[in-house]
Design a protein around this ligand. Structure first.
Ligand SMILES: [Zn+2]
Length: 50
């Protein structure tokens, strides 16, 4: 099962995260261009705007 990760700014779907991922990623939203960093810890997703 995957979790939809949404942009902090425009709230649109940025990508789907596969479960049990641990670590972090930095991704540019394809909708509004905001670069958001996400930290993953089990099923918790913590996003912060860069
Ligand atoms: Zn966005």
């Amino acid at each position: 099962m995957s979790v939809q990760v949404k942009c902090l700014k425009c709230k649109k779907r940025v990508f789907d995260l596969m479960s049990k991922t641990i670590g972090g990623i930095e991704i540019k939203c394809p909708h509004c261009g905001t670069v958001v960093g996400y930290d993953f810890n089990n099923n918790q997703i913590i996003g912060k705007e860069k």
